[in-house]
Design a protein around this ligand. Structure first.
Ligand SMILES: Nc1ncnc2c1ncn2[C@@H]1O[C@H](COP(=O)(O)OP(=O)(O)OP(=O)(O)O)[C@@H](O)[C@H]1O
Ligand SMILES: [Mg+2]
Length: 453
């Protein structure tokens, strides 16, 4: 059994070896070390459940050995053996978490009684840790958390399709974790060592998107003062992630489809055909059936991209995941903001479970961060989660003296926050098209986008 071995460290060899014999007679596996250095080497290399260590040893003494073990995360139990005049040190060692200490001359009966108890303590602790680790592994997949049936299904699909080069289309509402899925597909593939290049097709006007995708030669257009490789080239040997893929204009779609089929393309202004070895993963939060029907998305491109389609469920359909995620975000942000918060109050749990989370995991994450910052006690209460900042309020405060530009910014950002970060809904409410909205949002990036967006 692991963790049942003992180490006896004493610079008086006859004591170390005498104890070893005695313990071996009792059926224990025991090794010896006759100075601190040797003891440290052995402890580092082996799985000892218990270390019997003399406090006074040349070089590394018992206390230092103990400190090194704990620093290195080696948590074998330690019983100290003390000579005359070191009892104070032994008491100090106990205070730091040693199991016990024995004075010389050794009371062997007492030692024999202590050993099985110390070993058991170590073994129980180790078993608990392993169990916890195993539970943790069940709910964790790369950077993603999830224990719901729905998410486990997603994890198993990712595991299955990651090794192939087939294109994957990830669909799901805003904030459901599409980018995380794309990264997981990359990390679990045999291209993991290659680049992961992400490009948001919704973030650029047409000409720039083409340039970002394919790059250009020097002199391809005014301002092209040097050659520049595009995402296709940069992703060679790795994964190209195209976010908001339904936002691509028709003629870019044609070029893109061709490049995808041939795994080859030309830079803007270039004659040379460049071949690449890439895996394409695309994502969209749009209803693609609509985009296909009204001709916004080419059918042939869709089929090329959606060789495998992964549909990420909205957070409200993921059962217990809300609390699992909430606890993880709480731990993370409490640490980040240096706050000592132990958990959620009853009302907060109820709120977390009943709210519909239109902005999905991103919204949950932002809400928890805000609550952590606002919380006064050591628990997060419902009121911390519901706390309205001026961004959650549906009304905006406009004042004479504001420019139209500023008024537009406030209204746009607030509407965006109000919809839980949904571009489509925001665009509909504001009466602009989605492309224009995205361009506006980009122009606001100078001014930080509010945390609840
Ligand atoms: N299962 C998950 N476990 C932990 N964190 C998650 C999970 N899903 C999403 N997140 C976090 O939520 C945030 C949003 O995720 P992500 O950016 O991948 O969403 P998205 O679907 O790409 O959103 P959008 O459509 O707006 O681009 C990120 O901070 C991400 O780390
Ligand atoms: Mg995304």
């Amino acid at each position: 059994m692991s963790g049942s071995k003992l180490l006896i460290a004493d610079d008086e060899r006859h004591i170390a070896e005498g104890l070893q014999m005695l313990l071996q007679e009792d059926g224990y596996e025991a090794e010896t070390a006759t100075d601190g250095e040797e003891a440290w080497k052995k402890v580092e290399g082996g799985d000892f459940g218990l270390v019997l260590a003399d406090l006074k040893m040349p070089g590394i003494d018992g206390l230092e050995l103990f400190a090194r073990m704990r620093d290195a995360g080696i948590d074998s139990e330690v019983i100290f053996i003390t000579g005359k005049g070191t009892v104070a040190d032994a008491v100090e060692a106990m205070r730091r978490g040693a199991y016990d200490y024995l004075e010389k001359p050794l009371d062997l009966e007492r030692l024999k009684a202590l050993i099985p108890r110390a070993l058991e303590k170590y073994q129980v602790r180790t078993a608990n840790k392993q169990l916890q680790q195993r539970l943790e592994n069940l709910t964790r997949f790369g950077d993603m958390l999830g224990q719901s049936e729905e998410m486990r299904e997603i994890f198993s699909i990712i595991e299955k399709v990651a090794p192939s080069t087939a294109s994957v289309l990830i669909v799901g509402e805003s904030g459901t974790g599409k980018e995380l899925v794309a990264r997981a597909l990359h990390q679990k593939s045999n291209r993991a060592k290659g680049p992961f290049i992400a490009l948001n097709c919704g973030a650029f006007p047409r000409e720039i998107l083409e340039n970002e995708l394919f790059g250009h030669e020097k002199g391809a257009f005014t301002g092209a003062i040097a050659e520049k490789p595009g995402a296709f080239e940069l992703a060679d040997g790795g994964t190209l992630f195209l976010d908001e893929v339904a936002e691509m204009e028709a003629d870019v779609q044609v070029k893109f489809l061709r490049a995808l089929e041939q795994r080859a393309f030309r830079r803007l202004g270039g004659k040379k055909e460049i071949e690449v070895d890439i895996r394409v993963v695309a994502a969209t939060n749009k209803d693609l059936k609509e985009a296909l029907k009204d001709g916004h998305l080419r059918e042939d491109l869709y089929h090329r991209l959606a060789v495998i389609e992964i549909e990420l469920p909205p957070l409200r359909d993921r059962g217990g995941d809300v609390l699992l995620l909430a606890e993880e975000f709480l731990r993370r942000f409490a640490k980040e903001h240096g706050k000592d918060i132990k958990g959620f109050g009853e009302g907060a749990i109820e709120y977390l479970q009943t709210y519909s989370w239109p902005g999905n995991v991103r919204q949950l994450r932002n809400r928890i961060e805000k609550a952590v910052i606002l919380a006064r006690g050591d628990r997060i209460e419902a009121s911390d989660l519901q706390q309205k900042t001026d961004l959650d309020e549906p009304d905006v405060h406009l004042q004479v003296g504001m420019s139209l530009q500023e008024a537009g910014r406030v209204l746009t950002l607030k509407t965006f926050a109000f919809t839980g970060g949904d571009y489509k809904k925001t665009a509909t409410i504001l009466g602009v098209d989605e492309k224009e909205l995205r361009e506006r949002m980009l122009s606001y990036v100078e001014d930080p986008v509010p945390a609840s967006s």
